[in-house]
Ligand binder design. Structure first.
Ligand code: CIR
Length: 363
């Protein structure tokens, strides 16, 4: 059903739905009638529209944010950036009138990265470690306003870059289009396959021209992966079993620094790397562990206190809105904007070390 180029509903229809529904989204809060009138017929320099940005939020009253960027231009467009800045400030700082400035990217020195080490040499507490970042091609539209040719061009450019990687990072690209059943099953088993099955993303135009330009690159050991055109143009993922955050983070940093010599990513002053969803801007980084804390999970008060102190987000292991099972939590950095990559990963490390210390006391 998503094979064709996606088209949003007319902007006035979306505006009416947003007014009628009881949405509590940041979109509804900040898209005043005055801003709506200013933007409703205004195209960005890459050809995107307000209807594309608000489609998902207008159709899903449960959305918390409700707005997506139709293309990277909205973040710097003199008319659109007002609205986006308010949503970004509000989401990332809890205060729409604040003024968070994102610093220049900084991944840490080699010595610092090496010092991250293993969070759990016992191997008992940390089951696995994963760090991901998102990236977008400079000057290319996001899915709602991308055409089939854009997806094809992005896939080609990405693959040319990915295939220059060597050593541990060298790998193979598996396009979703025409993937045989055996490869598909293997990908599902490995939890790598992504699908067009999220209506919130679908109604944002995220699956336009599906499955053109979509695919997965991974190295031989499956410790380094790249998703092409799932939600973002790129998701770079480094992961492995156990708690060796130093190895996982170093692998990711090596890969993205190399790819950045092959192509240009969309960035903006004060916002960092630009992404389709404004919640991911900045470092775009989520550094996480699956940690086994059966004792702490009996009464999550202490766990929640540590998470609050270190700005961590505890989740169940089956995604953002799942419950913890068997005392295993997915713990990740909550802040992505307004701090460096190095600060974000360090915050995660310190918090997880504290969690392990408290769990060990009770064990
Ligand atoms: C919302 O507004 O609640 C949804 N559009 C999702 C926001 C979280 N962002 C994301 O999953 N990339």
């Amino acid at each position: 059903q998503w094979r064709k180029q996606w088209e949003s509903k007319p902007v006035d229809e979306l505006w009416q739905s947003l007014q009628k529904g009881n949405s509590k989204s940041l979109l509804k809060k900040h898209l005043t009638e005055e801003r709506y009138k200013k933007l409703k017929d205004k195209k960005t320099s890459l050809g995107g529209t307000l209807a594309q940005c608000i489609s998902s939020g207008a159709l899903h009253a449960g959305s918390k944010v409700g707005i997506y960027a139709c293309d990277p231009a909205v973040y710097t467009d003199p008319d659109y950036c007002d609205l986006f800045k308010l949503v970004i400030q509000d989401y990332h700082t809890g205060n729409a009138s604040g003024n968070v400035k994102h610093p220049e990217p900084s991944f840490g020195t080699d010595a610092q990265i090496d010092s991250l080490g293993d969070l759990d040499p016992t191997g008992y507490f940390v089951k696995s470690t994963r760090v991901r970042v998102a990236r977008s091609h400079k000057g290319m539209p996001f899915p709602p306003s991308a055409r089939k040719e854009d997806f094809e061009k992005m896939e080609k450019l990405a693959c040319e870059g990915l295939y220059t990687m060597t050593g541990e990072l060298a790998g193979t690209y598996y396009p979703l289009r025409g993937m045989d059943k055996a490869t598909q099953n293997k990908m599902i088993e490995d939890h790598f396959l992504f699908r067009a099955d999220d209506a919130v993303l679908g109604d944002a135009g995220g699956y336009s021209c599906w499955d053109t330009g979509r695919g997965i690159f991974h190295n031989k050991d499956k410790t380094f992966l790249t998703w092409l055109n799932e939600e973002d143009h790129f998701r770079f993922i480094s992961m492995q079993m156990g708690g060796n955050l130093g190895q996982v983070y170093k692998r990711l940093v090596t890969a993205i620094k190399h790819i950045e010599t092959k192509m240009q990513f969309a960035k903006a002053d004060g916002l960092g790397y630009l992404t389709f969803c404004p919640t991911n801007l900045g470092t775009t980084m989520r550094a996480s562990v699956h940690v086994r804390v059966p004792m702490l999970s009996k009464d999550p008060k202490v766990l929640n206190e540590i998470c609050a102190k270190y700005n961590l987000q505890p989740r169940g292991v089956h995604g953002e809105h799942s419950e913890s099972k068997g005392g295993v939590y997915d713990i990740s950095n909550k802040r992505r904007l307004g701090l460096t990559e190095w600060e974000a990963v360090t915050e995660m490390k310190n918090g997880v070390l504290e969690i392990i210390k408290e769990e060990a006391k009770l064990t």
